[in-house]
Design a protein around this ligand. Structure first.
Ligand SMILES: *Cc1c(COP(=O)(O)O)cnc(C)c1O
Length: 456
């Protein structure tokens, strides 16, 4: 339980009501066998917890921008909801920037961070006044050129990699010695290069690091922030004035995928940071954060109908409509990304009964397409529903087009007064016409018009 008394019970109860209401209202059924559900109440609560956590540890009046890492849940209505909750956007591609703008996120609340920004992207960001963190010396060169040719309101910074080391998941460890992100601070000459870069450019006012995502232990995250702060202090000392006025500490708070409880909490992280790096919170620096997974993961659920229940080699297998297309990481790397599964009956009511070890399989045509393998659950039967929990970030919003499986519809929900739920469409289910169009349907004959010279 966290200090808000948040054992996740409210969340679990809301989810159960939403699954039942989705079946009752026909969002889920034989003809729409998979949906993504988003708990609007929960998202608002997490946003409020984030704001409160940093308000508690910062000096009064400290500017703090919480920029949601759009890649975690790239859905316009989600970005609009977060905007209403006082959360901006961290974007890393032209597509993500377009989503943030479509949601109405102001340039002043937007941060651009990608490692491969083109000249056109940089020019647009600087014209809009969006904050940009340069990833490397070549990118800083390009920004130099743009700054010579036009004035910009964009707060500009450099991303550094404190190289504090990796966590338990290689793919999400951004602060290893050889990470592709930022200026590798412990490399020969790199620290001096960064200091020089600021000395030579009075308009560089920010410093950025994001030391990793899921799997990075807490103390390593704090160490990454501490080293970034120490560098900012050194640079400002060398320049003789507080040129760096804002430190962007990135995101990366891990999510507990093993139970309903939110752990660690934003409040715990903010306090741990203040303990480790008190100077960062004394009012001399503004702060930017870039949390993604921790804001959304626990508020999303994939619910999929069991099309068939069968048995193979003595193992019960539920063949559902949720697999690699909506849970790509889990299916390909199950050891790093296990998901909790809940069983519901055909009316969407939580299923009880003795637990049976079973596989929860997806619809894709390869043997490894399993949402869960050898999981003890009430036996799933034909027409029941399996729910993959904590999938609000990096799951159903990250459709993978294997087998041309359609993107499921996504619906936000709030409880109604009658023990049910009210829904709003976040994303329509993908139509077959759209699948054909996205698969070159308009160019059906294209390849037959090309002939190898001399072949006929
Ligand atoms: C992915 C990413 C984030 C968000 O990470 P989470 O683990 O989802 O909080 C923040 N900043 C940058 C630069 C990122 O690449």
């Amino acid at each position: 339980m966290d200090e808000y008394g948040n054992t996740g019970e409210g969340r679990a109860a809301r989810r159960d009501e939403a699954v039942r209401a989705a079946v009752e209202q026909g969002l889920l059924g034989p003809d729409s066998p998979i949906v993504g559900l988003l708990d609007v109440t929960g998202i608002r609560e997490s946003a409020a917890e984030l704001r409160a956590a940093f308000a508690e540890v910062t000096a009064p009046g400290t500017p703090v921008l919480h920029a949601f890492a759009v890649k975690a849940t790239p859905l316009v209505p989600v970005l609009r909801l977060l905007r209403e909750e006082g959360i901006g956007a961290e974007v890393a591609s032209p597509g993500e920037l377009a989503l943030a703008r479509a949601a109405g996120v102001a340039p002043a609340e937007t941060v651009l961070d990608s490692p491969a920004k083109t000249p056109v992207e940089l020019r647009e960001a600087l014209a809009l006044g969006i904050a940009v963190n340069a990833d490397n010396p070549q990118e800083l060169d390009r920004i130099d050129g743009l700054m010579r040719s036009a004035v910009s309101r964009s707060p500009l910074g450099i991303r550094v990699n404190p190289q504090v080391g990796g966590g338990s998941i290689g793919a999400t460890s951004t602060a290893t010695a050889t990470s592709k992100f930022g200026v590798a601070l412990r490399d020969e000459g790199a620290r001096e290069w960064v200091v020089r870069a600021y000395l030579d450019r009075p308009w560089l006012s920010r410093l950025h690091a994001h030391t990793g995502s899921q799997g990075i232990p807490f103390p390593l995250m704090a160490q990454g922030v501490a080293e970034t702060y120490a560098l900012a202090e050194e640079i400002n000392r060398r320049i003789g004035r507080p040129q760096i006025d804002t430190i962007d500490i990135g995101g990366g708070l891990p999510v507990n995928f093993a139970s309903e409880v939110t752990a660690p909490t934003y409040a715990e992280y903010a306090r741990a940071l203040r303990e480790a790096v008190p100077g960062l919170f004394d009012g001399r620096y503004g702060l930017v954060t870039e949390f993604g997974r921790s804001l959304l993961a626990k508020h999303g659920t994939i619910v999929a109908r069991v099309e068939y229940a069968k048995s193979a080699g003595g193992r019960a297998v539920a063949v559902t409509h949720a697999g690699v297309q909506v849970a790509t990481r889990t299916v390909y790397v199950p050891g790093s990304w296990p998901l909790r599964i809940s069983a519901y009956d055909g009316k969407g009511r939580p299923k009880s009964g003795p637990e049976v070890v079973q596989d929860v399989a997806g619809p894709a045509c390869f043997a490894g397409d399993l949402l869960a393998e050898g999981r003890a659950l009430p036996l799933l039967d034909q027409g029941d529903y399996a729910a993959a929990l904590d999938t609000g970030a990096y799951y159903f919003a990250h459709h993978y087009a294997y087998n041309s499986l359609a993107r499921p519809g996504i619906y936000g929900f709030v409880p109604d007064r009658a023990g049910g739920a009210r829904f709003a469409t976040v994303r329509d289910p993908q139509t077959l016409a759209s699948i054909v169009a996205e698969s070159g349907g308009a160019h059906a004959g294209a390849l037959t018009t090309l002939h190898t010279p001399g072949s006929r």
